[in-house]
Design a protein around this ligand. Structure first.
Ligand code: NAD
Ligand code: ZN
Ligand code: ZN
Length: 343
């Protein structure tokens, strides 16, 4: 496909004993959906997009024990097999056979969640009961962007070196993913958080979510800005949440000695690593895909009132207006950050 349309399709059916059918209550548009819209993942015509959702379980296959019809669930963006070596060590979508909703043939050709119903495969590990007292909108991002931002802040791998108390954290990108990282970084007691973007309204949102300083990269060289704020030392922990060669380079050169760079932006191309100038600085670079390792931890933080990403929701549309919703999201019109669709 190289563009989207809205149409009536058949309701999905259980295809394997591990499947569940979920009636969608909220779903959203992710930045990754824009790449898909423009044909970058080679989806077949007729594929439904969308991989962030909450819903009510409607029907389960005979092997599904973790959720029951009638229960409110959060869907993970994808589902790992649970059996390969990556799964057994907690590496989630590094799985040998990863499935991601609405992301085409490399991710199992699943139908996505921007629909009234979705078939959730591997339902025992891909659906999570929404804790009582939490709304759908409060937990929706735990399935993708918040899981990603939090993973970045925790240092990508289970047991990785994450944001340390007293440190300086710089976060490139104040899109939905970067903003989740700002809010999550705040939980680990850094001395300061610097958010870098080029859209004024997003930088303001970063401030509201806990950034101490903002840098508008369309007005100022962000590496110089970070060096000025840190008396020439650089940031101890840098998160790349854009996925461009430019921000990759800026991220590297913003690092302090012994610094860590955590890459969560998705890159469409290779980038240059000027290793000869970085060698003496003892830096670490980690990159990873979303994992659901932290789901229960994130639910607990949201329940305790320590993490609230609902301010990212700038617009809500009925599913019938999905084409307008995509246009608004893509143009970042009217300060759009996160756009929710309600079937
Ligand atoms: P987005 O496009 O809304 O956000 C990117 C932000 O970067 C924008 O606000 C843009 O203004 C800013 N930006 C662009 N160029 C810049 C520059 N030179 N300097 C500073 N800021 C710049 O996207 P998003 O939804 O926030 O997602 C961010 C990235 O995370 C995407 O690449 C997305 O595919 C990726 N992602 C990764 C995972 C994962 O598993 N690692 C999961 C979800 C999303
Ligand atoms: Zn996504
Ligand atoms: Zn696996």
């Amino acid at each position: 496909v190289d563009d989207i349309r809205l149409e009536d399709v058949m309701k999905p059916k259980i295809e394997s004993p591990e499947d569940a059918i979920v009636r969608i209550t909220t779903t959203s548009i992710c930045g990754s959906d824009l790449h898909i819209r423009h044909g970058n993942l080679g989806l077949e015509p007729g594929t439904i997009i969308g991989h962030e959702f909450t819903g009510i379980v409607e029907e389960v296959g005979s092997a599904v024990t973790m959720v029951k019809p009638g229960q409110r669930v959060l869907g993970a963006a994808g589902a790992a097999c649970g059996n390969c070596s990556a799964c057994k060590s907690g590496f989630g979508l590094d799985c040998e056979q990863p499935l991601i909703y609405g992301c085409g043939p490399i991710f199992g050709n699943l139908q996505g969640a921007q629909a009234e119903y979705v078939r959730a495969p591997r339902a025992n590990s891909s659906l999570f009961l929404i804790p009582e007292g939490l709304s759908e909108e409060q937990v929706l991002f735990v399935g993708d962007i918040l899981a990603t931002g939090y993973m970045g802040v925790r240092g990508i791998t289970p047991g990785g070196r994450g944001v340390q108390p007293g440190s300086t954290v710089a976060i490139f990108g104040a899109g939905p993913v970067g903003l989740c990282a700002v809010a999550a970084a705040r939980l680990f007691g850094p001395a300061r958080i610097i958010s870098i973007d080029m859209v004024e309204s997003r930088l303001q949102m970063a401030k509201n979510l806990g950034a101490d300083h903002i840098i508008d990269a369309s007005q100022e060289n962000p590496v110089e800005g970070i060096m000025n704020l840190t008396k020439g030392q650089g940031a101890n922990f840098v998160i790349e949440a854009v996925g461009s060669p430019k921000t990759f380079g800026d991220s590297l050169f913003s690092l302090a000695r012994e610094g860590s760079l955590s890459i969560i932006g998705v890159f469409q191309q290779s980038v240059k690593l000027p290793i000869h100038t970085l060698m003496k600085r003892n830096i670490e670079i980690k990159v990873g895909l979303t994992k659901m390792t932290y789901t229960q931890e994130l639910f607990a933080l949201i329940q305790a009132g320590k993490l609230d990403l609902t301010p990212l929701i700038t617009h809500r549309f009925p599913l019938s207006d999905v084409l307008d919703a995509y246009d608004m999201f893509e143009k970042k019109a009217d300060g759009a950050i996160k756009v929710i669709l309600n079937p």
